[in-house]
Design a protein around this ligand. Sequence first.
Ligand SMILES: NC(=O)c1ccc[n+]([C@@H]2O[C@H](COP(=O)([O-])OP(=O)(O)OC[C@H]3O[C@@H](n4cnc5c(N)ncnc54)[C@H](O)[C@@H]3O)[C@@H](O)[C@H]2O)c1
Length: 420
Amino acid sequence: MTVAKGAEIAPAKGKLGVLLVGLGAVSTTFIAGVEAIKAGIAEPIGSLTQMGTIRLGKRTDNRVPLIKDFLPLANLKDLVFGAWDIFPDSAYEAAVNAGVLETSLLAKVKTPLQKIKPMKAVFEQNYVKRLHGDNVKTGKNKCARLVMIWAASTEIFLKERPVHKTIASFEQAMRDDHKAIAPSMIYAYAALKSGVPFANGAPNLTVDIPALRLLAEKNNLPVCGKDFKTGQTLMKTIIAPGLKSRMLGLHGWYSTNILGNRDGEVLDDPDSFKTKEESKLSVLEYILQPEVYPRLYRDFSHVVRINYYPPRGDNKEGWDNIDIFGWLGYPMQIKIDFLCRDSILAAPIVLDLALFLDLAQRARMKGVQEWLSFYFKSPQTAPRLYPEHDIFIQLMKLKNTLRHLRGEDLITHLGLEYYD
Ligand SMILES: NC(=O)c1ccc[n+]([C@@H]2O[C@H](COP(=O)([O-])OP(=O)(O)OC[C@H]3O[C@@H](n4cnc5c(N)ncnc54)[C@H](O)[C@@H]3O)[C@@H](O)[C@H]2O)c1
């Protein structure tokens, strides 16, 4: 990824089409939310692009514009949506089925939601074993620009293989119908071949493979991933940096969840859960750095469980039991019971990613967009670099990238100048 300081950014003229792979709980909560905000009946809570500010210059300067005023982001009224799914339900029916939003709110945005009918999906049973859909491929709005976001079910765990290495070997493998080519990779490939930036909201391998990263670089397109950071992992990346900053030790972190939406059902399959587990487990290791702080973090036990429990629907309950130790090794415990709503936490991430990817493309930022780590459980990085998981560092990285893009000074928080 390269970003020129004070780069010229093409204006956000015309409509921005947001193409969603998967028209399930996350996608419909996102679309319904944007339509409700456009209609003036809801607020974009949780969206950094819409509500966040960015401090510029000295603390005494009082320059704290909203991020959306500081940069030429697409306006919400210019967003239009398209989607693929293996089920033919419109966005309205899918939103009612997902059961995340109240029917009274959905009734107010029924007209635009009903117009969104999913296109036929690229799907193969073997990659999402618990789903059986009919709207499967056997390939209007006048958009000036497009972005594509994967918000479809988590695929089975795949490892990088030799066919993923180069663009040519990947294309050959697609022609051969090779089993290392998952549907998500085909969507990403199609996006990157068509000049469309791509974000991966699930823990699938997808654009992590060298072939697709190379394709993004070659075609000057931004990509980012993977796995939206919501719920329990969001909490981990808020709390763990705090414990570490005070040099408090950790014996163990036990996390368990109950959830009853379709995502929970898919994750009940051990192969799909393995993909998710890999994504969830690495977070603490990277934040706590046991190799740097062996006396505090060597051999801590980290367990993550997801249990499919239908009565809860999208309203997940996540429990964390954290066994920490302090001065002289005295043990303490922290218990978290997070009654969260997965799709409510994910929807503003989809919005921000759509707007930032579109911005990145207009600013000619190509390849992996590490500054968008803030939104992901397993952020993509430069080759051979470890991912940054600490949410506060991620936020600083994101905001400094925006300052850099606009030719503003970066903020170090050193602050010595105020004492001169
Ligand atoms: N909600 C969160 O907090 C959160 C956080 C991180 C990641 N995610 C991931 O986001 C994704 C979406 O979550 P959700 O709760 O909306 O799930 P969901 O099950 O409600 O929706 C997924 C949709 O994708 C469709 N689908 C599956 N395979 C497809 C294919 N090949 N092409 C097109 N459509 C396909 C399914 O039919 C379904 O409608 C999941 O992978 C989930 O793990 C969600």
